[in-house]
Design a protein around this ligand. Structure first.
Ligand SMILES: Cc1ncc(COP(=O)(O)O)c(C=O)c1O
Length: 444
């Protein structure tokens, strides 16, 4: 008898396939810190943090307390019509926290996706231009605007076009695409040439509203753009009056060992989207940016009944407080270096471990075959074995291990996670791992 199975069998009758990427047949019942427990009472180390949405850990007591207190006071009054004390406080805090020594304003949303839609709206309204430039490999979300600027899965666009018009995609500067002997500067210049190609052939720069980028691509594989490339693109936007926006939904709030992933580059974006961990996973997102851009639309251009809801705002204030008081940004950097050491040591031992990318407690570890080519099957075997051994880890783009534990993971738990992965790595090397016996296709 498995409660997991019974619930999933029943749920399958009611829930459409489009809403869940298949990994493991579990039903989560509760979580605390870096641990989750399924409906059968089995405990797992959570190396996914609910897709980087639980940076402060599951059910952090301070967040729970803030949610409870706010729920007793006021669950909802739509910020679309009247301010409330809690959300007003959060707006001030977010404006202070966003990079940039200029006047800023904020709008709230319910998801990372609608925050990115808002970025498109504000950039178009401010510049009175229509075109938007985004990147291959990007994941910006699932609403029509956000999926139109994404470029990571055919399932996101298949059968549902036409998408938002006026979107141009340029190649993301993925260092793994460097040519033999190509240094980072030359690579950046080559990719910047590819960025400029549309502008030189069919895309008048003075008709482009926005360039939007993940400074470190999350779902694209935890890939960091080179510094020189970012500077070239940023400078180009300055020269042509184009809004430069960054998506911090996945990589923000301490995940990368800095508060924002754009902090790695010393650039203050015009606009930035925030979501996921901001309210410890409650549905809240925000766009923060230059006041002149953010004041280019009038209500009701971007109102949602529940955006900036008081309970989610209370959760966000508590979450930001925890990030600060528990020094989670520094912790992410420090433990990220410990993790880097672990994965690099393992890569010495196992030929199937390819590129290892760690930015804070935030890793993409490529699994490759004997020819150095992506090995999706071995990746699936690994994550499945890691799951059997008691940790939740999924894959990105087929052959990349996604390592994003809650930033509060204890050092002991981290060591346990390493032991589990080490065991799975050894077993793969010894030919002991099989694909799961399931009719589910695993992964994207
Ligand atoms: C970088 C990035 N932007 C936007 C989103 C979309 O956020 P949401 O799923 O909350 O709409 C995601 C979600 O994975 C993301 O990783």
């Amino acid at each position: 008898m498995s409660k997991n199975k019974d619930i999933l069998d029943e749920e399958k009758k009611h829930v459409a396939d489009a809403t869940r990427v298949k990994y493991f047949d579990i039903v989560i019942d509760h979580g605390q810190g870096a641990k989750i427990t399924d409906a059968d009472g089995r405990e797992y180390l959570d190396l996914l943090a609910s897709a980087s949405a639980i940076n402060v850990g599951h059910s952090h007591p301070k967040v729970v307390e803030a949610i409870t207190a706010q729920a007793k006071k006021l669950i909802q009054y739509t910020p679309a019509y009247f301010a409330n004390t809690t959300t007003a406080e959060l707006a001030k805090k977010l404006v202070e926290l966003a990079p940039g020594d200029f006047d800023k304003q904020v709008v709230f949303g319910n998801s990372g996706s609608d925050a990115n839609d808002a970025i498109i709206k504000f950039a178009r309204a401010y510049t009175k231009r229509q075109y938007v430039v985004s990147y291959t490999g990007a994941y910006h979300g699932s609403t029509y605007g956000a999926l139109s600027i994404s470029g990571v899965s055919l399932n996101m666009t298949r059968h549902i076009g036409p998408l938002l018009p006026g979107i141009v995609k340029v190649p993301y500067p993925d260092r793994s695409q460097r040519l033999a002997g190509e240094d980072e500067i030359t690579f950046s210049e080559r990719l910047f040439k590819a960025f400029k190609l549309p502008f030189e052939t069919y895309l008048p720069a003075d008709e482009v509203a926005l360039v939007i980028i993940e400074p470190i691509q999350g779902d694209g594989g935890i890939i960091k753009a080179p510094q020189h490339y970012m500077e070239l693109v940023y400078e180009f936007t300055r020269q042509h009056g184009i809004v430069f926006a960054v998506d911090e939904v996945n990589q923000g709030l301490g995940r990368t060992g800095k508060m924002w992933s754009i902090d790695h580059f010393g650039i203050a974006p015009d606009l930035m989207s925030i979501g996921k961990s901001i309210a410890s996973g409650l549905p809240l997102s925000a766009v923060v940016g230059r006041k002149d851009i953010m004041s280019s639309l009038s209500a009701p251009a971007n109102v949602y009944t529940t955006a900036g809801n008081p309970v989610t705002s209370a959760a966000a204030l508590a979450t930001l407080d925890v990030i600060e008081s528990e020094q989670l940004v520094v912790r992410s950097h420090r433990l990220g270096e410990v993790a880097r050491y672990f994965f690099e040591q393992e890569s010495q031992k196992h030929a199937f471990i390819g590129d290892v990318r760690l930015y804070g407690l935030n890793g993409g570890i490529d699994i490759v075959d004997a020819q150095g080519q992506p090995d999706d099957e071995a990746t699936t075997k690994l994550i499945y074995r890691i799951f059997e051994l008691g940790a939740i880890m999924i894959s990105l783009r087929g052959n990349t291990l996604r390592f994003q534990p809650p930033l509060v993971i204890t050092e002991e738990e981290l060591s346990q996670a390493f032991e589990i992965m080490q065991c799975a790595f050894d077993e793969l090397d010894n030919g002991l791992l099989k694909l799961p016996e399931t009719d589910n296709h695993i992964g994207w």
